[in-house]
Ligand binder design. Structure first.
Ligand code: ZN
Length: 265
């Protein structure tokens, strides 16, 4: 089974550290993988502190705050670098795409293509993680929000979000940034009457006041409170139409209005 811990980096990035645990007999496997190592030094420091060595690297998309540490890590460890098929990301040794399956630390990870934030964006899902299935979705689905549309269209991003939402409800969402409080401030502007959202804001405020990550969340929580997964809900449609009275209720249109609204919120 895969155990997951955060390595905080920069102002608000999380690099996810994957290790293997064995419930039968405490595994002595000291190999770890990392997801989106934007900062190589932060990873090296954590590996050293925990007596781990690096077994490999997973990349979700080409942005530097997710890839900038690859070179540093490869100077210390000759390991596979798995990522999307984008020549702009130097040093990738194995490219993967939709429906590919890879074995990481003895567990199966499935790849989903999720364009929108960038066109090369992929996510990794495994149901062989401690507690519940785990999703590494980079800058696509955030706790309480979604990534900005730097390269893809609203249609593409909605499609990607819906693809992720189809995974099991108990999937834990390991996104790459601690943006949750700001995202929820926007979410409550869209859906002020959403009771589950009101409660989530309190829960996240408590975590953050104790300096704890608000990530991972679960897909069920996201479906209940994240406006970008709720573009078919009457309250979200109504809020979008308050911004733009002329749009139809088609989900891609609602998504686009909500995303534009968030960009200038
Ligand atoms: Zn990004």
């Amino acid at each position: 089974m895969i155990e997951i811990t955060p390595i905080p980096a920069f102002n608000d990035n999380y690099i996810w550290l994957l290790t293997r645990t064995d419930n039968q007999h405490k595994s002595d496997d000291s190999t770890a993988w990392v997801v989106d190592p934007g900062d190589g030094q932060a990873v090296l420091q954590t590996l050293q502190q925990r007596g781990l060595s690096l077994g490999g690297i997973l990349i979700t998309h080409h942005h530097t705050d997710h890839t900038g540490g690859i070179q540093t890590l490869l100077q210390h460890y000759q390991v596979p670098v798995v990522g999307p098929n984008n020549p702009a990301i130097k040093l990738i040794s194995q490219t993967v795409g939709q429906d590919d399956e890879i074995s990481i630390l003895g567990s199966c990870f499935k790849v989903h293509s999720v364009p929108g934030h960038t066109l090369d964006h992929i996510a990794y899902f495994t149901d062989e993680a401690v507690e519940s299935p785990a999703l590494f979705c980079g800058d696509t689905l955030f706790a309480g929000g979604c990534g900005r549309l730097f390269e893809g269209s609203a249609e593409q991003m909605l499609d990607s979000m819906q693809k992720l939402a189809a995974l099991p409800d108990n999937t834990r969402v390991f996104c790459a940034h601690e943006y949750t409080e700001a995202n929820l401030r926007f979410a409550i502007a869209v859906e002020p009457e959403n009771n589950l959202l009101q409660q989530r804001i309190k829960d996240v405020a408590l975590l953050r006041s104790n300096n704890k990550p608000s990530v991972p969340s679960t897909l069920l929580t996201e479906k209940n409170t994240n406006p970008f997964l709720r573009t078919a809900e009457p309250d979200v449609i109504a809020a979008a139409k308050m911004r733009d009275a002329d749009i139809s209720s088609e989900e891609a249109n609602i998504f686009k209005v909500i995303r534009n609204w968030k960009d200038c919120f």
